[in-house]
Ligand binder design. Structure first.
Ligand SMILES: [Zn+2]
Length: 216
């Protein structure tokens, strides 16, 4: 009897051990996947910052503020595509001087004058867009005047919006020429989009299909 009970105790403790091992395994798997997720997020954020670093070489000719601090404004050329022309990317929450309206308008104007695109597209990312950024409504209005004046806008792709942002866009559209209203595309599949934009390189020859698949 004693033998049996010590056997069953042994089995119990073995069971407990294997359960412990399993839960430890699951925990470590969970932690691994959390870590992977964090790494993914970090690399995505790094990539978005990289865009600001990538064209830092031309900033001296475009924007003195950004040549001293590349996080000041956010309007960077991502790549050139046959379909959409030169693609520019803006993430408002990446810009430390988000309320520097005159500086932002000058940055965008100078960049466009520097590239001189016949055709261009603009991706505006509203991720982490906060209340403080809504003060930039005037910046939005000034930038839509810039679009009207410069011309050649092919697509205006807006990602990571919410109802608040969409209300703001409605107000900005009042200034934007009617011919550009059809250019605005609000993209709701942000995850796929981020993967695609991560694959983009400056002057990417595959850019054409990228932009086409992006808008599907
Ligand atoms: Zn700048």
């Amino acid at each position: 009897m004693q033998g049996e009970s010590s056997q069953s105790q042994n089995m119990q403790s073995q069971n407990m051990q294997s359960q412990n091992m399993q839960s430890q395994n699951m925990q470590s798997q969970n932690m691994q996947s959390q870590n992977m997720h964090m790494l993914n997020m970090q690399s995505q954020n790094m990539h978005m910052l990289n865009m600001q670093v990538k064209d830092i070489g031309v900033m001296k000719q475009i924007c003195l503020t950004c040549s001293e601090d590349f996080t000041a404004h956010s309007f960077n050329r991502v790549c050139n595509t046959l379909e959409g022309g030169h693609i520019f990317y803006t993430k408002i929450s990446n810009a430390s001087k988000y309320n520097d309206t005159a500086g932002i308008v000058a940055h965008c104007t100078n960049y466009l004058n520097y590239v001189q695109p016949d055709k261009w597209s603009w991706i505006i990312d509203f991720e982490d867009f906060g209340l403080k950024h809504t003060l930039g409504l005037n910046t939005g209005i000034q930038l839509s005047k810039l679009i009207n004046n410069y011309g050649g806008l092919h697509e205006l792709i807006v990602i990571n919006t919410n109802m608040f942002v969409e209300q703001m866009l409605k107000m900005i559209k009042l200034t934007l020429n009617k011919e550009y209203h059809n250019c605005i595309k609000v993209l709701h599949n942000n995850v796929d989009f981020k993967i695609k934009i991560n694959e983009w390189e400056p002057m990417d020859l595959r850019g054409r299909s990228m932009l086409e698949t992006l808008l599907c």
